[in-house]
Design a protein around this ligand. Structure first.
Ligand code: AHR
Length: 651
């Protein structure tokens, strides 16, 4: 690498005064020869949980609510009620939002004609059984479906009944006129459950489409389950969400929780999806349909090119169940559970490497929470049992800076590859505080872990790094269902500054998983028919694609800007990222040592005129990544309220 030719006094003034900037240029020294430990690719991880509208209602393409009739069909309305959360900012500041609290299925015809049959229920505890009389059609319907004109929908329905009860008409309906529907007819029922395929085309766009299931004969029939998805779904995943997940391009996804996992039985999520039981979400408000289980999650990972990272249940779950789970996932096809996996369509072991051993077991909100002294023993037993099945698994233990992390590192250092930490931030009215709180706490956790390395004898000769496997802002009204908070430009600035802090501590942070991904405190937001990248998602996408891999030394009195720099993997470019959390544009006077900038390169910028600028699905994008090619003489600057990433081609 050649050293640059410096101008007078060794300083190259690469910025030119901006109209908006009256201030002195910000002097930044970058020593490209002074490198630190490469940034782990896992810093760009993501997290998804069975919670709110993250998986169901965000990623999974199913359009029907409660398709397996967890709630009894009573005909009582409304099914959706406004829930008033607590006043705390992570609860939603008291702003009401809608939750499904009873069956969304409405009764067509006589309400008394519908009963929930417990005998020979198709799935779950009961199945709606409907009596119809000649000339009076009866059945069920569900409203509030998002339909798009000309779009195809496909699905299936499971029916059983008296031959005379039919025909059964299943209609997709988009309006009030007689012709505003597309109907599939099942001419004759049998007394065993049979699955019938459905395919429709919508004649109009609406947010209140409906699916009607009506029998026209005389007799009894049952609806076992039904499913409806846009026909472009990818093995059940929503095509539009998948496209944004691919843009987000994360290398690793943690799943299935979160608090959810401490009450989750992985066996509920395997086998015929239509027969998997619907359950109350053990930790959150919704219904767990069990349409997404181990196979679907691993299929998603394959589809988007991410590594899996599965959390096992160390709350209400047992040591034995965790061992059986890893055998199911990674066991050879000849093992008992490997055989079961093969019967479910996947003979080859999935070879999942990363395993979260529990979630936040230190908190009294966690299902199965127990005293630390007990938990340490349980953790070790779970890891021993899982390792006995697959010695190559990489366990990530539950940590929380302070007594919990200290005890885990003291008593379980032989039973973990990484120790997890979680950090969430709330709103600060002061913009600088809002942004800087993120790197400050990330730094504190790193410092605490460095201290543990000095103090804890069990860590001698070990290199147990941190997996910050949940980190994000979390505050404000729930706009996209439970925990569906919105993000603004100022949050994007904080997330970028947080990434900078991970880079500055690349010796101790091995993994970080932005929590979460879709709708629930998510980097992507969805409506029934649209998707959009949040401001924070844009930052994650930008850095994952463009920021370098080997950090280099940055110095100077540049605060309140936050600056990080790194060599790209191929050493062809030096990337310099600048967060400007002020309302004032600044030019950058770069004192570059250890490299020679050719004058060429690219500038990627996320900026907006005010801190609360944000994106929303179905609306024009307010905040985006703007790309500009640099030519010799291009100024280096940091626009007001911006994240700017320069990729400087070196000679
Ligand atoms: O991400 C939301 C919740 O936050 C997770 O379920 C839990 O682990 C954390 O407290």
């Amino acid at each position: 690498m050649e050293y640059p030719t410096f101008g007078r006094a060794g300083l190259v003034l690469l910025g030119f005064a901006l109209a908006a900037s009256a201030a002195e240029p910000v002097r930044v020294a970058i020593d490209a020869a002074k490198t630190s430990e490469p940034i782990s690719k896992y810093i760009y991880g993501q997290f998804i949980e069975h919670l709110g509208r993250c998986i169901y209602g965000g990623m999974w393409a199913e359009m029907l609510e409660d398709r397996k009739f967890y709630y009894p069909v009573t005909g009582e309305a409304p099914a959706w009620t406004m829930f008033k959360p607590g006043m705390r900012s992570y609860e939603g500041e008291g702003h009401p939002y809608e939750l499904l609290t009873r069956s969304p299925w409405m009764i067509l015809g006589d309400k008394q004609a519908v009963a929930m049959a417990k005998d020979d229920a198709y799935v779950g505890e009961h199945t709606p059984a409907i009596a119809v009389q000649s000339g009076k059609p009866g059945g069920l319907m569900q409203e509030r479906l998002g339909l798009v004109e000309g779009r195809e929908y496909e699905g299936r329905i499971v029916l059983r009944g008296d031959a005379a009860a039919g025909p059964v008409e299943v209609s997709l309906v988009w309006g009030g006129g007689a012709s505003d529907r597309h109907t599939v007819t099942v001419p004759k029922l049998t007394d065993a459950y049979v699955k019938y395929p459905l395919r429709f085309r919508s004649g109009a766009s609406t947010d209140n489409g409906r699916l009607e299931i009506a029998a026209w004969g005389a007799g009894r029939f049952r609806i076992g389950t039904a499913s409806l998805m846009p026909a472009d779904h990818v093995r059940g995943w929503r095509a539009d969400t998948l496209a944004l997940l691919k843009e987000l391009d994360s290398p690793v996804y943690r799943w299935p929780g979160g608090n959810f996992v401490s009450g989750y039985n992985w066996r509920d999520g395997i086998g015929d999806p239509d027969r998997r039981p619907p359950r109350k979400n053990p930790a959150w408000t919704g219904v767990e349909h069990n349409d997404v289980g181990i196979h679907e999650y691993l299929d998603l990972c394959r589809e988007i090119g991410a590594e899996p990272f599965i959390a096992v249940n160390t709350g209400l779950g047992s040591v034995e169940e965790a061992a059986r789970q890893i055998e199911y996932v990674n066991g050879a096809p000849e093992t008992a559970l490997g055989r079961e996996r093969a019967r479910n369509g996947h003979p080859e072991p999935f070879d999942v490497k990363w395993w979260a051993i529990g979630n936040e077991m230190y908190g009294d909100w966690q299902l199965g929470h127990m005293p630390l002294t007990e938990y340490v023993k349980k953790h070790n037993r779970v890891v021993d049992a899982m390792r006995a099945v697959d010695g190559s698994m990489r366990p990530i233990a539950v940590g929380a800076v302070g007594e919990w992390s200290q005890a885990m590192l003291t008593h379980s250092a032989d039973h973990m590859d990484l120790l997890s930490e979680h950090l969430y931030w709330q709103n600060e009215d002061d913009l600088l505080r809002h942004v800087r709180q993120v790197p400050e706490r990330i730094r504190k956790v790193a410092d605490a872990h460095r201290q543990y390395r000095k103090e804890i004898a069990a860590l001698k000769g070990k290199d147990i790094r941190i997996a910050m496997d949940e980190w994000n802002y979390w505050y404000g009204p729930n706009e996209y269902g439970e925990l569906g908070v919105r993000y603004f430009l100022d949050d994007a600035l904080g997330i970028a500054a947080g990434l900078h802090e991970f880079f500055r501590n690349s010796d101790i942070y091995f993994m970080a998983n932005y929590a979460q991904t879709v709708n629930v405190i998510g980097a992507i937001k969805t409506t029934k028919t649209a998707v959009e990248m949040e401001t924070t998602g844009l930052v994650l996408k930008l850095y994952r694609r463009r920021f370098g891999a080997t950090p280099v030394a940055v110095s100077g009195a540049y605060e309140p800007l936050d600056i990080a720099a790194a060599w790209t993997k191929d050493d062809k470019a030096l990337t310099v990222a600048i967060v400007n959390p002020t309302g004032e544009a600044r030019e950058i006077a770069l004192d570059l040592r250890g490299a020679s900038w050719s004058g060429k390169g690219m500038r990627y910028r996320i900026a907006a005129p005010h801190r609360r600028a944000h994106n929303a699905p179905g609306k024009p994008r307010a905040v985006d990544i703007r790309t500009t090619a640099l030519t010799p003489g291009s100024p280096l600057d940091a626009a007001a309220l911006s994240v700017t990433l320069y990729s400087l081609a070196v000679d």
